[in-house]
Ligand binder design. Structure first.
Ligand code: 3HC
Length: 311
């Protein structure tokens, strides 16, 4: 039976009102937002690593400039999201400690290696495409700071997706070797992109409550289905084959039937056993340690400034 305060809160949610930081909210609402927003921020920051891996090896200066801009955007997305999470009472240092200790998750997709330049195209096309699918509804999230952060992020993501699809178009319309690179990237990034949407609805522990609180607008499987239906025609345009023998159009359903992702792989990856998990966490720990002198300098400078103002 709901407490009067919780009932009033739920009525605000049902009426489509935005909840702001200083307003009353159930402890579990706060906790699930801290969990989701901080892990979303970690995803942005860790996502810079596989992409950054190709900045020095981009095939042209223009591709290098575009990739630099994209990786820089991801850093900005991370900062907006860390700030949104801080409004709920967790500190930046606490969130970093949770990432570095392995306590916090980040998107499974970033635990796969980027083996060729075509991977940068597949990431923009598929990973940012899936991220947009998942983030557009988050602009309507009931928590104000998160919804507002999403508006800016979604605008920049569409640039990320376009530039990725452009890379895949050039490769798939290029030499046979280039087309083979694009197909190889699609083969390796298709299923991990489907897993980005999370476990199937019947295995999703948070969906019911997150949807009742209008944090999650659509179920994991709904968004996964929308992503497949939108992406399959794009693969056809590229002349590439989606690596799923069960994929076929189902007229009655008005959508594609498709195979099951390998959930054993998914749960292993989010438990830290993916191809690159250790490497990613090590890179983040190193960046944190290498930046300690800079943070200490900033803090020392700030306290000197404060002392001067006091004097
Ligand atoms: N990677 C890692 N963990 C995942 C996951 C994934 N792809 N999908 C689900 N999980 C985890 C959940 O975090 C939860 O574990 P936890 O309790 O320890 O947090 C568990 O699996 C159960 O999953 P649920 O479906 O019950 O959990 P949610 O209701 O939180 O749904 C989600 C998962 C759809 C990812 C949701 O958290 C969400 O929408 N998060 C915000 C969006 C986001 O993080 N997107 C990342 C995309 S990558 C990115 O943004 C960078 C882009 O620029 C490329």
């Amino acid at each position: 039976e709901m407490e009067p305060q919780e009932r009033a809160f739920q009525e605000r949610i049902d009426a489509g009102q935005k909840i702001e930081p200083k307003e009353w909210m159930p402890e579990d609402y706060r906790k699930t937002l801290i969990r989701q927003i901080s892990q979303h921020a970690h995803s942005e920051i860790v996502g810079q690593l596989p992409e950054g891996n190709w900045i020095t090896r981009a095939p042209t200066l223009e591709r290098k400039a575009i990739l630099l801009a994209k990786v820089q955007d991801e850093a900005g997305h991370g900062l907006y999201l860390y700030c949104a999470a801080e409004t709920l009472g967790i500190s930046r240092d606490q969130m970093y400690e949770q990432l570095h200790s392995g306590k916090a998750k980040y998107s499974s997709i970033f635990n796969y290696p980027t083996l060729s330049w075509a991977d940068i195209g597949a990431i923009g096309w598929l990973v940012d495409g899936a991220a947009i699918m998942n983030q557009v509804p988050l602009q309507r999230c009931s928590y104000g700071p998160y919804a507002r952060a999403m508006v800016r992020i979604c605008k920049e993501e569409s640039f990320h997706q376009r530039q990725g699809f452009d890379i895949m178009t050039v490769l798939s319309k290029g030499t046979p070797e280039q087309k083979a690179m694009a197909q190889d990237a699609l083969d390796r990034w298709w299923w991990p992109s489907l897993m980005m949407f999370g476990p199937s609805d019947d295995a999703s522990v948070h969906s019911a409550q997150s949807m009742a609180w209008k944090i999650k607008q659509n179920s994991n499987d709904d968004l996964r289905q929308k992503f497949v239906d939108q992406t399959v025609p794009q693969a056809k345009y590229l002349g590439l084959t989606v690596p799923d023998p069960a994929l076929k159009w189902n007229e009655a359903k008005g959508g594609h039937d498709f195979g099951e992702p390998d959930w054993t792989e998914f749960f292993a990856v989010i438990a830290g056993e993916g191809p690159c998990n250790r490497e990613r966490i090590e890179a983040r720990r190193k960046a944190w340690n290498d930046g300690a002198w800079f943070r200490d300098g900033l803090t020392a400078h700030a306290s000197k400034q404060a002392a001067r103002r006091q004097a």
